[in-house]
Design a protein. Structure first.
Length: 304
C-alpha cells in the first residue's frame, strides 16, 4: 500500500467549496410564523403547533354538553352561522345551518384573539390606519366595514339569493337591521318605500324634486330648495310633464302647443284659481314639509 499526501487546496477549490455550502444553506427551509400566511374561516383562530398552522375553535369555546357556554358574552346557538368579527362586522352568511356551537351574542364581535367584544373594543384594538378609516364619517345608520358585502340588503329585495362570501372594498355600509334605498340612504324596513310602477319616460324617486320640469319650462331653472318632495314618479332627464300628466319630449310639447289656447278662469276646476304667475311649489296631499319656494314664476295655470 502506497500512501499519498492529499493534494493542497488551491484558492479556486476553496471558493468552490464555499459556494456549494452557501447553496445548500439557501435550500434549507427556515421556520417562520406559519399563522402569518394563513387565513382562517370566521369563528376560528389560527394556532401554530410544531411549525404547522391549524385553524381551530377559539380557546375555551368547545361546545358544552349541557348547551351552556362558559366564555363571556357567548351563547349556545343550535342553528349556527357565520358571526361578525372586528374586521368583518356585516358578513355575508349563507342561509343554511352550521353545526351547533357557542357564538358571540347579538351586539358583540369576535376579536382576533377569539373573544367576544363590543364595537368600541373592536375599534380600540384595530391598527391605527384601520382605526382611522373606521372613524371616518359615514352616513346616518351606517358603519365602516373593512370587508364590505357585495350584496348589501336593499329595500324591496326580501327574497334576494344568498350572497357569495367574498370581501368587497372597504366602505361605509348600512348597520345591521337597516336597508339601502335607491337613493343610497339606510332606513329601517318600515321606512322602505316600495318603488311604484312608473309610466313611459318616467322614473321613481324617493326624494322627488319640487321643481320638476314641465312643458314650456325649457330654460335652466335651478331649484331653490333642498327639501325632498314625496316619493313619486318623475319625468326622466330630457322629458317634460305635459297638461295630461304624461312625460313627453320637447318636440312633443311644442307640437301640443302649435294651436295655442289662452287659458283662463273658465278652464279651472272647483276650488281652483287661475294664476298668471303660478307658484312652483303648490301644496299637495301627503307633502307636509315646509319648503323654501323659488321666487320665479311658473307658467300661467290653474292652482288650488
Amino acid at each position: 500500500f502506497l500512501w499519498r499526501r492529499p493534494p493542497r487546496m488551491t484558492r479556486a477549490m476553496i471558493l468552490t467549496l464555499a459556494l456549494s455550502s452557501a447553496l445548500v444553506a439557501a435550500r434549507t427551509p427556515v421556520l417562520l410564523n406559519a399563522c402569518a400566511a394563513t387565513s382562517c374561516l370566521v369563528g376560528t383562530v389560527c394556532l401554530e403547533r410544531n411549525g404547522v398552522a391549524q385553524c381551530v375553535a377559539p380557546p375555551n369555546s368547545s361546545p358544552p354538553s349541557n348547551g351552556k357556554c362558559t366564555v363571556r358574552f357567548e351563547e349556545w346557538t343550535v342553528c349556527a352561522t357565520c358571526e361578525p368579527t372586528c374586521y368583518n362586522r356585516t358578513p355575508a352568511c349563507a342561509y343554511n345551518c352550521q353545526p351547533a356551537r357557542c357564538m358571540c351574542r347579538h351586539g358583540f364581535f369576535r376579536s382576533k384573539e377569539g373573544q367576544c367584544v363590543t364595537e368600541n373594543d373592536c375599534d380600540a384594538a384595530l391598527p391605527r390606519p384601520l382605526r382611522s378609516a373606521v372613524s371616518q364619517q359615514c352616513g346616518s345608520n351606517q358603519v365602516f366595514n373593512e370587508c364590505s358585502s357585495e350584496c348589501p340588503p336593499k329595500c324591496g329585495e326580501d327574497n334576494a339569493p344568498p350572497c357569495p362570501p367574498v370581501c368587497g372594498p372597504p366602505k361605509c355600509e348600512c348597520k345591521a337591521g337597516f336597508y339601502l334605498t335607491a337613493e343610497g340612504f339606510c332606513v329601517t324596513k318600515a321606512e322602505c318605500v316600495v318603488p311604484q310602477q312608473c309610466g313611459k319616460n318616467q322614473v321613481f324617486r324617493e326624494c322627488s324634486s319640487p321643481c320638476a320640469p314641465k312643458c314650456g319650462q325649457y330654460g335652466v331653472r335651478p331649484c331653490m330648495t333642498f327639501a325632498c318632495g314625496p316619493p313619486q314618479c318623475e319625468c326622466e332627464v330630457g322629458f317634460y310633464r305635459d297638461s295630461h300628466g304624461e312625460c313627453v319630449s320637447r318636440a312633443e310639447c311644442e307640437a301640443q302647443s302649435s294651436t295655442p289656447k289662452t287659458p283662463g278662469q273658465d278652464d279651472c276646476q272647483p276650488n281652483e284659481i287661475f294664476r298668471e304667475c303660478s307658484t312652483m311649489c303648490e301644496q299637495k296631499c301627503g307633502n307636509q314639509l315646509v319648503m323654501v319656494c323659488p321666487a320665479s314664476c311658473g307658467p300661467p295655470k290653474c292652482q288650488c
